[in-house]
Structure formats: structure tokens, C-alpha cells
Design a protein around this ligand. Structure first.
Ligand code: PLP
Length: 394
């Protein structure tokens, strides 16, 4: 089988060799339960967890006590939204979010609405940007949480998290930032940005799947979030369940190693520029949020008058994602693109390319050639394309 060209790094990333090497001993040599502190193997495993906690804290510039391990961003999002609502609903039932958030946020908030939460879903413009003055207007005495991601997984759009965090702080309202796509691509310093709660996931930064970290800022008035999973009292009673030591070690190692690359986007930016310039030469093609501040590795491109699913089927050598979610075998247009005012047809004609530091120039060149050939071929046989060329549709 020919090597696949992997440009789906916002979905998940390849584990780094250094990360894998750090994890292996905790599968085969030290397999102890990190809570078994009455023998040396257990204590050593516990020490490895605390080292990883320190590594995560150092990379974000926060205290180790502010870091809690769990299974990933989906769990963090559920813990925070449900935990905040439970503890603060007597103060107010209002939560603010954005229409372009990840489904983990939107589906959880939908559940909370059924329990009495009042949720404001902020609109975005054609680039994915919110109006900060509208956010400010919506924050009232009843608002218990603002939940806005750092960077969008589909378009790479980066929200102004510094301004959002400062606004929430001034308004005395908690700010939860889903930084799952941001961490590992851009440095973030929690000593400078007053984010209250933040989540990240190891598999987006060349670490293992099924492990993530939740940052909860220590404040004079402690933030109250109840445990979602109760049991053996791990993580100070905040997240029960036997510690996944190899994965936690992998997260600590990945976040430490990725820092060296976060400061060096040049390679990724150059590859994306090449990809965008080459693919923009295909007629009736445009890039979503092109003029906005975006993650350096992401580009979301609409090839009008075709189906992204068909395009990807024509390119089995490429690992890409569409701007749609596959739900029960049917393709729904992306809620992110629809919120940005993109038509259903254009959303279904959109492909996401997400590069990583491992992507090579040759891979990007081959990708542009294969995509250009496939688009041309699909359109040659398309009655809709002929109508477009005849000027009968736009
Ligand atoms: N939030 C964002 C922005 C994401 O991109 C993802 C994963 O795609 C998640 C949350 C969920 O992450 P996890 O796989 O760690 O549950």
C-alpha cells in the first residue's frame, strides 16, 4: 500500500518518538497502580504523575496544583459545564458561548438547557469572529460562565482570548477556554492571560489519545466545580479512576517537547502558504477565514460545485477531513461554516487540510497535484459545473 499523506492533524496527531519512549516503561516495567503508595513501584509511578503535572504547569506557566488529569477535552468540557451549572445556578442560570464551538460544548449546553440553563449563543461574522461589544452587553449579574474556545478546529480561527479573559475578569464572570486546538501550536502563558479554566488534550499535540488536562485557577474565592466521576478519590477527589500512568507520562512529555516547535511556526506557515496558493489557482475555490488570525497549520477550502466527500474518495492517498460531520451515515453541513454564513452547498464542498511539523514539502506538492486533478475530473462530468460555466448559477 502506498504511504498515506496525513493532513488531518486537527483530528489527531502521530505520537512523537520521544513521547512513546517515555511511556513504554510504564506499560512493561513499572505497571504499578500510582495510588499504591505502600510499595516502591507505586510510589515511583506516583512520582511520574507528579513530574507530568509539573511539565504541564511549566508549559502553561501556572501552578501544578491547578492541573487535573482526565481522559481528554470532552471530559473536561462536560466536567466544567455541568459542574459550574450545578454549583452556581443559585447565583444565576446564564451561560454564554458561541455558535461555532465544538459539539462537546454545544451538546452539553443543550442538555443543561433542558435542566433550566439559559444559554446565549453568540453570532459570528464570515470569518468566525464575535463582536466583543455584543459579548459585553450579554454579560449580566445572572451570567455564571463564558465559554469560548481559543481556536476553531475546522477553520483555525483564533479568538481574541486575551481580550475575552480581561472582559470576563472586569465583569467578575468566570471564563472557560477550550484550548484543545491551540495548545501545541501557539504558546500560551496563563500568568499573562486571566483565563479561569482551560482544557487541553494530548492527542492534538503528538501525545497519546485518551488523556487530557484541566486547568482550574486558584483564586481567593475558589472556583467550585463538582467531580463528574466519583469513586476512589484520585486527583484530590476531583476525578476518580485508576491513574493511566503511561498516558499521563505521555502528556507531560508531549507538552514539553512540543514547546520547542510552538515557537517555530515558519515551516508550517510556509507549507500552508504553498498549499493555499496552489489550490487557489483552481477556479471557483475560496479559503474560509483567510483574512483572519488563524492557527498556522489549518486551512479550510471550498471547491464550489462538488461534494467534499466525493473529492476525498477520489484521493485515497490523502487523509483529509470535510467541513461536515458524518451523523448516522448522512452528511450534515458543518455547523461552524453555516454559522459563518456559508451556504449549505459550499459547506458540503469544503475540505479541511491540517498540517503538522512532520509534514514535508513533497507531501504538500503531491497533495496539490492530486486535488487539482481530482477537482478537474469531478467537474468535467458534473452538470452543475456546466451550468456554472454557462453563467446560469453562481
Ligand atoms: N474541543 C475541540 C476544539 C476539539 O477540536 C476537540 C477534538 O476534536 C475536542 C474539544 C474534544 O477533544 P477530545 O478528543 O480530547 O475529547
Amino acid at each position: 500500500m502506498k504511504e498515506l499523506i496525513y493532513l488531518d492533524n486537527n483530528a489527531t496527531t502521530k505520537i512523537m518518538d520521544e513521547v512513546w519512549d517515555a511511556m513504554v516503561p510504564y506499560f512493561i516495567h513499572n505497571y504499578a497502580n500510582a495510588s499504591s503508595v505502600y510499595h516502591s513501584m507505586g510510589r515511583e509511578a506516583n512520582g511520574a504523575i507528579e513530574k507530568a503535572r509539573l511539565q504541564v504547569a511549566r508549559s502553561l506557566n501556572c501552578q501544578p496544583k491547578e492541573i487535573f488529569f482526565n481522559s481528554g477535552a470532552t471530559e473536561s468540557i462536560n466536567t466544567v459545564l455541568k459542574g459550574i451549572y450545578k454549583n452556581y445556578k443559585s447565583k444565576g442560570n446564564h451561560i454564554i458561548t458561541v455558535k461555532t464551538e465544538h459539539k462537546a460544548v454545544l451538546e452539553t449546553l443543550l442538555q443543561l438547557e433542558k435542566e433550566g440553563a439559559l444559554v446565549t449563543y453568540l453570532d459570528v461574522d464570515h470569518t468566525g469572529k464575535i463582536d466583543l461589544s455584543v459579548l459585553e452587553e450579554h454579560i449580566t449579574a445572572q451570567t455564571i460562565l463564558v465559554c469560548i474556545m481559543a481556536a476553531n478546529n475546522e477553520t483555525g480561527y483564533i479568538h481574541p482570548i486575551q481580550e475575552i479573559a480581561t472582559l470576563c475578569k472586569d465583569k467578575d464572570c468566570l471564563y472557560f477556554c477550550d484550548a484543545t486546538q491551540y495548545i501545541g501550536k501557539i504558546p500560551l502563558n496563563l500568568a499573562h492571560i486571566p483565563i479561569d479554566i482551560l482544557c487541553l488534550s494530548a492527542h492534538k499535540l503528538h501525545g497519546p489519545k485518551g488523556i487530557g488536562a484541566l486547568f482550574i485557577r486558584r483564586k481567593s474565592k475558589p472556583i467550585q466545580i463538582s467531580a463528574l466521576i466519583t469513586g476512589g478519590g484520585q486527583e484530590n477527589g476531583f476525578r476518580a479512576g485508576t491513574y493511566n500512568v503511561p498516558n499521563i507520562v505521555g502528556l507531560g512529555s508531549a507538552i514539553t517537547h512540543i514547546q520547542h516547535h510552538e515557537r517555530d511556526f515558519e515551516h508550517t506557515i510556509q507549507l500552508r502558504e504553498y498549499l493555499e496558493n496552489a489550490l487557489s489557482k483552481i477556479p471557483a475555490t475560496y479559503i474560509h477565514a483567510k483574512t483572519a488570525s488563524r492557527l498556522p497549520n489549518t486551512t479550510s477550502i471550498c471547491f464550489k460545485h462538488l461534494l467534499a466527500s466525493e473529492l476525498m474518495t477520489h484521493c485515497p492517498q490523502l487523509a483529509l477531513s470535510s467541513g461536515s460531520a458524518c451523523v448516522s451515515g448522512t452528511r450534515d453541513p458543518s455547523h461552524v461554516l453555516l454559522a459563518m454564513g456559508v451556504s449549505k452547498e459550499d459547506a458540503l464542498a469544503t475540505v479541511r487540510f491540517s498540517i503538522s511539523r512532520l509534514t514535508t514539502k513533497e507531501e504538500v506538492e503531491t497533495t496539490t497535484r492530486l486535488i487539482t486533478e481530482a477537482v478537474t475530473k469531478i467537474r468535467q462530468n458534473s452538470p452543475i459545473w456546466q451550468l456554472f460555466q454557462a453563467g446560469l448559477i453562481t
